[in-house]
Design a protein around this ligand. Structure first.
Ligand code: APR
Ligand code: PHB
Length: 390
């Protein structure tokens, strides 16, 4: 088999890249290790920057999003029970769109399934070959049969534990990493959200976030020790803890119900540089991870896919400048988001044994609550207005 671009990983980065290339008339195949049901069942992020919405619209997969998504003009930032609203619309002229990654994945799968044979699920033992020369290829096994896919380029969109980045010689790659000493316990429930907009709450017991997927589905998180197990968090304990951490008036309105999904996720910052190795290009979580505070992960993954699709399209028209500068341009945007996600995590979470840091958090919250300039910086980063970034 032969294709122009072999895409490893069928998450948002891989699927969006596939769809955008398809629209440019560039042949591509997506190799995904898991089943379609598994990929679509994963509960992930849900806040989209305007740039991401624009990209999904350009990709022709925005029809359901236009019907079902919620549009938010701001967020609530609560600090030890006191709440301030950050008015994105007033501060930046735009807001964010609330639409789950799960739905985006479904929409993209739907679009790509029409292209028979171009979306391969349950591809086992995917291996990358010769991407440092002119004839790269990818091998994989499906139903016990080994296949070889010859290609012009390989796009590594296989997330943080994928095979693509791991195939690059260690000496060619530099890793930047910062661990966060706690996790997020997330609960999805078929209950109406506690507020019209997201609530990010700092509390001495730990961070809490009230988010949503629709007017009838809520997504809530509380900061928890990484050593906790799900057994330690029956629904009743979760709701009790959430209620204690958010402002009283919100807690009084909180409607609880059985969890339909519950998971604990670690938080970390991770960047691999560069994002290109000859004919292998990394996109999305394969190249970078941010803590979820601020919801940048999905937006970064989509932006990488958009940049890479445009660069491949230019290549096939005879212009390699987009491919040559792909890594540099992406990393500029990535580091802006890494900085913001780190800063926002540091502002809103509880760090053990750090009374000095706790006072700094308080001072910073006061500044955001009273200074339009400080609030604007938060708002610009949240909605993804990154002047100077591609
Ligand atoms: N071979 C083939 N596919 C693989 C392999 C492999 N060796 N390893 C991983 N994959 C697949 C995974 O099963 C997954 O479906 O690659 C896909 C990667 O998808 P994501 O992890 O969703 O990463 P990405 O597309 O970059 O999207 C990033 O996901 O984790 C969230 O917060 C993050 O929202 C962001 C988004
Ligand atoms: C979510 O809805 O899952 C979500 C929202 C905002 C975040 C992180 C996660 O900052």
């Amino acid at each position: 088999m032969r294709t122009q671009v072999a895409i490893i990983g069928g998450g948002p980065a891989g699927l969006l890249l596939s769809q955008l290339l398809h629209l440019e008339g560039i042949d591509n195949v997506v190799l995904e290790r898991r089943s379609r049901a598994y990929v679509e069942g994963r509960i992930r992020a849900g806040v989209l920057e305007p740039g991401t919405v624009e990209l999904l619209t350009r990709a022709g997969v925005a029809e359901r999003m236009r019907r079902e998504a919620l549009y938010h003009d701001g967020i609530h930032l609560a600090f030890d029970g006191r709440s301030t609203r950050i008015d994105f619309k007033a501060l930046t002229g735009t807001g964010v769109t609330v639409y789950g990654q799960t739905s985006i994945t479904e929409d993209l799968n739907e679009a790509r399934t029409a292209a028979i044979g171009k979306l391969v699920f349950e591809a086992e033992d995917v291996a990358l070959h010769d991407f440092n020369g002119p004839h790269p290829s990818v091998t994989y096994r499906r139903d016990g049969v080994t296949h070889e896919l010859a290609c012009d380029f390989i796009a590594g969109c296989d997330g943080s534990h994928g095979v693509s980045r791991a195939s690059v010689p260690e000496r060619a790659i530099r890793i930047f990493e910062r661990e966060v000493p706690f996790g997020w316990l997330g609960v999805l429930s078929e209950t109406p959200p506690v507020a019209d907009e997201l609530i990010y709450a700092h509390h001495e017991r730990g961070f809490a976030l009230c988010s949503m997927r629709s007017k009838t589905r809520s997504r809530y998180y509380v900061q928890c020790p990484l050593t906790d197990s799900l057994e330690a968090w029956p629904d009743a304990r979760f709701w009790d803890e959430l209620k204690r951490r958010i402002p009283k008036e919100d807690g009084a309105r909180l409607i609880t119900g059985p969890s339909v999904e519950k998971s604990i996720a670690p938080l970390r910052s991770f960047v691999a540089e560069p994002m290109q190795f000859e004919r292998l290009f990394l996109a999305g979580d394969a190249a970078h991870i941010v803590p979820p505070t601020g919801a940048k992960g999905l937006n970064l993954a989509c932006a990488d896919a958009g940049a890479l699709a445009a660069a491949f399209a230019a290549h096939y028209r005879g212009d390699d400048s987009g491919l040559d500068t792909y890594s540099e341009r992406c990393l500029k945007r990535v580091w802006r988001a890494v900085r913001f996600s780190w800063w926002y995590t540091a502002l809103t979470h509880r760090f053990d044994d750090d009374p000095f840091g706790a006072r700094l958090q308080q001072a910073e919250f006061e500044m955001i609550a009273t200074s339009r300039a400080a609030a604007t910086t938060l708002a610009e980063n949240y909605v993804g207005i990154f002047p100077g970034a591609a």
